[in-house]
Design a binder for this molecule. Structure first.
Ligand code: AMP
Ligand code: MG
Length: 310
């Protein structure tokens, strides 16, 4: 078993496709960091484990451990840490390593790893509209830099890529479901030639911490960016709930316990203000740019759901 896993890894590490992906990855991270720093964002270090992490809205195995009598979990996302720190520093970002022990069947999608990195950012006092605009500008800037630096690599990969035009098209979640059914994201992504947004996401589809619209009950001020050409979801984001009573009510309606989020609730009791943010998966972005079928081809040490890896 060890011999097979290691020889497969050695072969993967010598793959020209991986080399191109890692070069693109280097430019993507630099371009994104530069874009955000130029706009006054500060970079915070990642949180690798914590007393509180993202509950997510889909089942995963839970890696947690006890240290000196306190329970910690590996970070699934830095949502709570973002919401807390943005109260003091109004524009923050981080390259956040996330561990999500996805069910083995997720390997089929070609876009799930057990360990990946999000560029995760948050802005105090901003609305979803502000973050949609920021997201479009960030995406365009990143693609421009990649195309400028890697036209030869993209050519060698047989990938033709163009810079999309803002504003990106938008679909409301419920309209898209009505028109295309539950597989709307895949259908629309396959049809599209440019990235687009899914907005106004129903409450049951997302975690408790995103803010419900004041005008449309049951609808969150959330957005997903979807890649064209069938590459599906690029990022998720939204306005965050800041009202303690509403936060508690949402946890209760999810059937979750206050105990699970007590560390966050303690901060929320001190008062939160509105913030909005999003997280964009770096490996998925590099996969899209390189035009790869499978996400593991962009990572030197990929952790594929259901597979033993080094
Ligand atoms: P989420 O808030 O759960 O939508 O996660 C934010 C972003 O991280 C997603 O839009 C993806 O780009 C990326 N992401 C989430 N889960 C995974 C995964 N298992 N493997 C790779 N990327 C992921
Ligand atoms: Mg998502």
């Amino acid at each position: 078993m060890e011999t097979e896993v290691v020889s497969e890894l050695m072969e993967h590490l010598s793959d020209k496709k991986l080399e191109a992906a890692l070069k693109v990855n280097t430019t993507v991270r630099a371009a994104m960091g530069e874009f955000l720093r130029d706009r006054g964002f500060i970079e915070i270090p990642p949180v690798i484990f914590s007393t509180v992490t993202d509950p997510l809205n889909h089942p995963v195995y839970d890696p947690s451990f006890e240290y000196e009598g306190t329970r910690y979990a590996l970070t699934k996302s830095m949502i709570f840490h973002k919401q807390i720190i943005v109260q003091k520093f109004p524009k923050i970002f981080t390259f956040s390593p996330n561990i999500r022990l996805e069910m083995p069947e997720k390997a089929r999608t070609g876009r799930h790893l057990l360990e990946f990195t999000q560029l995760d950012l948050e802005v105090k006092g901003a609305t979803r509209e502000d973050l949609i605009k920021l997201g479009e500008e960030l995406f365009i800037h990143t693609l421009e830099k990649v195309i400028e630096k890697h036209s030869q690599d993209l050519h060698d990969l047989g990938r033709s890529l163009s810079v999309p035009h803002a504003p990106f098209k938008r679909y409301k979640f419920e309209d898209a479901v009505k028109k295309y059914g539950s597989e709307f994201e895949t259908i629309l992504s396959k049809e599209a030639r440019e990235p687009f947004w899914i907005v106004d996401i129903p409450l049951k589809e997302r975690e408790f911490y995103d803010r419900e619209s004041d005008v449309s009950s049951g609808i969150l001020n959330d957005m997903d960016l979807i890649y064209p050409e069938g590459y599906c979801e690029a990022l998720s984001g939204g306005e965050r709930e800041f009202d303690l009573d509403r936060i508690m009510e949402r946890i209760r309606r999810k059937g979750q316990t206050y105990e699970q989020f007590k560390w966050f609730l303690e901060f929320a009791r001190g008062g939160l203000e509105l913030s909005t943010g999003f997280g964009i998966g770096i490996e998925r972005l590099v996969r899209y740019i390189c035009g790869f079928e499978r996400i593991e081809d962009v990572h030197p040490f990929p952790k594929v759901p259901g597979k033993v890896s080094v």
